[in-house]
Write a new protein. Structure first.
Length: 386
């Protein structure tokens, strides 16, 4: 039975970080659990309707986070104080010790919430970027300039990192002891540019159900367990267990039983173990394209496309086709390569079955507020092309 109050916190308001910091401090001390809300009133109301704060939450829950899906009914993830503390400790251990953090992500998503939590738990300074007008390079650079001395960290999504690089402001990140990049796959070319400019990048993988990033650069954090349901480097379903795991979903025992069966979280991602046993995520199980009876992992096709000189980004989906059932299709952000060059790159890297039958070019990929590519919009763009 629910035994703990649930306190909504408007995480998009001016001064949101300070409000969230105070609310989290109370929650970790046994007070009301925290429900961070988006600045978007429509999204916030949808979460409130699903959460029904007046009903309370299980006593073990210190925070409730809405999963970052864009249109589906949000799943409400229950995070315990212990799981969040263990996640913060493991992150600082991997990065080399506690430090001050710069919050540049929405704090109603797990990556932003964890930035606030790490500072609270370690007693280190929390700095914030003014995002009232959205993320801007100028506001980020100004926030970096105002950060106190000492070890410094920040967490970004690839679009933010790319914006800083494209604006010629790699210098503002070169002074950080580490820059976490997650929320979506970071193109290899972007990572190479960042590292060449002197940045210490740590590519993180995780989700709300794992208290955010729990695998850095393919290696699990202390206390985290990852298994791939495949052998000998083959692609398989990824499951995560260990100390940072969520307690389940609020008032949804059916979904909890399925997703957290046997103490493992079924991520719906597919991956493989690469050199040295590093985890390599290649896509989502529900994104796999079955074309003519063959399975194609979009992540592998996207990776091949991004390796082509001049390609800045790519998103691959399966679109309906009367003959093949579905065909591989891509939206590509590029400065030059043509269809034939892109198709040959995929053929030589992934195989002929994975070659996109439809390619559309765009100035940028459509994005969700969480920093992930809006695959629904990409699918619509490609489905409307003859």
């Amino acid at each position: 039975m629910p035994a703990r109050a649930l306190q909504p916190v408007a995480a998009g308001d001016p001064g949101a970080a300070a409000k969230l910091l105070a609310a989290l401090e109370a929650a970790l001390a046994g007070g009301p659990a925290v429900l961070p809300l988006s600045a978007d009133p429509v999204v916030a109301q949808r979460v409130l309707d699903a959460a029904r704060p007046e009903l309370g939450v299980p006593d073990a829950a210190a925070a409730v986070l809405a999963s970052s899906g864009s249109t589906a009914e949000p799943k409400l993830v229950l995070l315990s104080a212990d799981a969040m503390r263990r996640s913060a400790d493991a992150t600082h251990e991997r990065l080399g010790g506690p430090g001050g953090w710069l919050l540049a992500l929405p704090p109603h998503h797990v990556a932003g919430l964890q930035v606030v939590l790490r500072c609270l738990h370690a007693g280190t300074p929390l700095s914030t970027v003014d995002t009232a007008a959205g993320f801007t390079v100028a506001a980020f650079a100004d926030a970096v300039r105002r950060m106190p001395a000492g070890r410094r960290y920040t967490s970004l999504v690839p679009t933010q990192l790319g914006g800083l690089l494209d604006a010629g402001r790699a210098d503002v990140l070169a002074g950080f002891d580490a820059v976490l990049v997650g929320g979506a796959a970071t193109p290899a070319a972007m990572a190479a540019r960042a590292e060449a400019a002197g940045m210490v990048l740590r590519r993180s993988y995780g989700m709300s159900e794992t208290c955010g990033g729990c695998v850095y650069d393919g290696v699990e954090l202390t206390g985290v367990d990852v298994t791939v349901d495949a052998s000998d480097g083959a692609i398989g379903a990824v499951r995560i267990g260990g100390v940072t795991l969520a307690s389940g979903y609020l008032r949804d025992p059916g979904a909890t039983a399925v997703a957290f069966a046997g103490g493992w979280f079924a991520t719906r991602d597919i991956g493989r173990r690469g050199p040295g046993g590093r985890l390599d995520i290649v896509g989502r199980s529900d994104d796999v394209v079955v074309t003519g009876g063959e399975k194609v992992a979009p992540g592998l096709v996207e990776r091949a496309l991004r390796q082509v000189p001049g390609v800045l980004d790519a998103c691959v989906v399966g679109v309906p086709d009367p003959r093949w059932g579905r065909v591989v299709a891509a939206v590509v952000v590029t400065t030059g390569p043509d269809d034939d060059l892109l198709r040959e790159a995929v053929r030589s890297s992934v195989g002929s079955t994975a070659v996109p039958k439809r390619i559309r070019y765009a100035d940028r990929l459509p994005m969700l507020a969480s920093g992930k590519v809006d695959r629904r919009t990409v699918l619509a763009m490609l489905s409307n092309r003859p």
